[in-house]
Design a binder for this molecule. Structure first.
Ligand SMILES: C[S@@+](CC[C@H](N)C(=O)[O-])C[C@H]1O[C@@H](n2cnc3c(N)ncnc32)[C@H](O)[C@@H]1O
Length: 427
């Protein structure tokens, strides 16, 4: 039987390529930290190089006109990736584990056990050559049209994207991101080191494992650098009522609770299971907030209250999270951008009337696509003249000098997820 790490990686690959699912946050939750490290590395390599791994196999098949069943594709990709790029994995382990995976009736395709064995043994004879052969295949095989559109969209607002910049950004997004953390109580654990550029942000020291007990205690949380930077918006007022309109799992609610401990925070989430997680996270972190399970448009239509501060961290394509989610290029066909953009517009339409005069509205998406950001900004400018841009972020996050009302750090120089956020205040 394959090891738990290989089984977990194979299951995740089936989820992506068989069902078109994203890799969930907790896909490796049942693994020991050593197994999780191996599984994460392996899954990342297979997803980042899926196109090339499949293209390597095709000409080596007897019948090239027939496509392989997913179980064989997964077993071969995992075996090849270990042989080519994971020097710490012995060749016999990479081959045997992949053959066992192929023999699994659910995750593999047993009639192809022999084929998987033969192809991988051939690759194992010269691992350096295998790696060179894979890397000689066109990199564009690992890049779908969605990726190309995202790269253009990420660079366009900063300058006209040239080929070199597009390639540099793609290379950056192909490396696994360094996780970032926020300390909420007490000292940072020894596994973390302070981020030299972003106050209050911490990152994992090279070679260290995730500080799981510390995270579980609620003394700290994982939060991407971009979310942390976004939440440092400068606004001197003391809001009485705050709305976090799309709140789970509660990263931004936590930031709000730490920054405005005396405010009354309402955190709305429409999905009950995510709302449970939100509630638990807030309890563990000692954040006071009223959690409401509802469609936020319904909640806003039924509430008589208004808010001094509204954070609308809207559902989106997640195109800015390509580095953390290398499965995105392969499932992007399931993303309905038009529907998402309409939904985001509806959320803005519902939120704007509930902002108090003098209040601050921040709309954010972890996406670079203009349909999810800039287009809404243009709409607000023409349809809601009662809102005016609020200059709440410093230079570096959107403009080169002076303060800015939009948060869109340069994707080549900023280390963090791709975000677009806009801030307005009401006259
Ligand atoms: C981008 S995530 C929010 C992340 C969160 N703000 C944080 O920082 O941890 C969007 C969340 O909004 C929820 N959501 C999407 N549409 C919603 C709606 N119409 N009403 C309420 N919640 C919604 C999703 O289930 C998801 O949990």
């Amino acid at each position: 039987m394959p090891t738990p790490s290989r089984i977990a990686a194979a299951r995740a690959l089936h989820g992506v390529f068989g069902a078109g699912h994203r890799v969930g946050d907790r896909w490796d939750a049942g693994l020991s930290s050593e197994d999780a490290g191996l599984a994460q590395a392996l899954l990342g390599l297979c997803l980042r190089h899926w196109g090339r791994l499949q293209a390597y196999v095709k000409p080596r098949l007897k019948d090239q006109s027939r496509s392989l069943p997913l179980g064989s594709q997964v077993a071969l990709a995992m075996g090849l990736a270990q042989l080519a790029w994971m020097d710490g994995v012995a060749a016999h382990a990479a081959v045997n584990e992949a053959v066992e995976l192929a023999a699994d009736p659910v995750l593999g395709f047993p009639p192809h056990k022999g084929l998987v064995n033969a192809l991988l043994r051939r690759g194992a004879e010269n691992r350096q050559l295998l790696r060179a052969d894979l890397e000689a295949l066109p990199a564009s095989l690992d890049r779908t049209p969605f990726v190309n559109a995202v790269l253009q969209a990420a660079l366009e607002p900063h300058h006209v994207p040239g080929k070199a910049q597009v390639e540099a950004l793609w290379a950056k997004l192909q490396t696994p991101p360094r996780p970032a953390f926020r300390v909420l109580r007490g000292e940072a654990p020894p596994e973390l080191e302070a981020d030299p550029q972003l106050d209050g942000c911490w990152s994992l020291r090279a070679g260290e494992a995730f500080p799981i007990p510390w995270l579980q205690s609620g003394a700290g949380m994982v939060q991407d650098r971009s979310s942390q930077a976004l939440m440092t918006f400068r606004w001197e007022q003391n809001p009485f009522r705050i709305l976090d309109a799309c709140a789970a799992p509660g990263g931004k609610t936590t930031s709000l609770g730490s920054r405005f401990p005396n405010s009354f925070i309402t955190a709305v989430e429409r999905e009950p299971r995510r709302a449970d997680r939100l509630r638990k996270n807030l309890e563990d972190r000692c954040v006071k907030a009223a959690v409401v399970i509802a469609e936020v448009t319904d909640f806003l239509a039924s509430t008589t209250g208004t808010f001094d501060l509204i954070i609308l961290d809207a559902p989106c394509s997640g195109s800015g999270t390509l580095q953390k989610h290398p499965e995105l290029p392969w499932i992007a066909g399931n993303i309905d951008l038009e529907r998402l953009s309409e939904l985001q517009r509806d959320l803005l339409r519902a939120a704007i009337p509930k902002l108090d005069p003098g209040g601050l509205l921040i709309y954010a998406v972890c996406s670079w696509l203009p349909e999810e950001g800039d287009h809404h900004r243009a709409w607000v400018r023409s349809a809601h003249t009662e809102l005016q841009p609020a200059l709440v972020w410093p230079a570096g996050y959107g403009v080169e000098s002076g303060a800015t009302s939009f948060f869109r750090p340069h994707p080549l120089t900023w280390d963090g997820e791709g975000f677009q956020a806009f801030a307005w205040t009401k006259r």
